[in-house]
Design a protein around this ligand. Sequence first.
Ligand SMILES: [Zn+2]
Length: 227
Amino acid sequence: MKEFDMNHLVDEIVKEITNSRNTYAATTTTTLTDNRVPIGVSARHCHLTKCDFIKLFGDTGSLTKKGDLLQPGQFAANEAVTIAGPKGSIERVRVLGPFRKHTQVEVSMTDSIKLGLKPPIRESGNIEFSSPVTIIGPKGSIYKEKGLIIAQAHVHMSVNDAKRLHVQDGDFVRVKTLNEQRPISFEKVKIRVSPNYVLEMHIDTDEANAAHIQSGDFGEIILGEKR
Ligand SMILES: [Zn+2]
């Protein structure tokens, strides 16, 4: 190919790429409307009561903060535990703070298979009829008759966001992920409204992997279509 032709070809290719980028940007702008919601992927984790913390970590000290989570007041602690069931155990399960009224462990279904347990899909905080689980810390271990759940996909939002999106606490909505390669709709996503919440959808690692998305990606709440 002559040099002139080559330069011309390069120009054409650059133009094509630029055009397709502009098209993509335009599409993105029109797709990403106000009903977008940022997605946070929750890896397996553990909420503890102060009493259970003492049994696992001893009575000196308390949870120490590793980093803040997006929801105000919530944080990932430096402390971690091992969780165990009849078929196996999982180490380095992060403890989240602050302390709660009930000890609760949230895992993915993949995790539950490894443990040999069958936890129900539940809203965080509702541990009635959930699975038993053993929690092991550096200073002791506890057997909880209930407390292991698979968290139900949900969206945290403020009262203003709820008004804007025409939804109420306890509603179920459909959320479509904005991933062009593997678009997936989450069909029964619970809305949780509180003045303390900021807009964020929580899914577990199985759901995130299935949708090929990671924390910081966006979904879109399909409006006018409560489930
Ligand atoms: Zn959440």
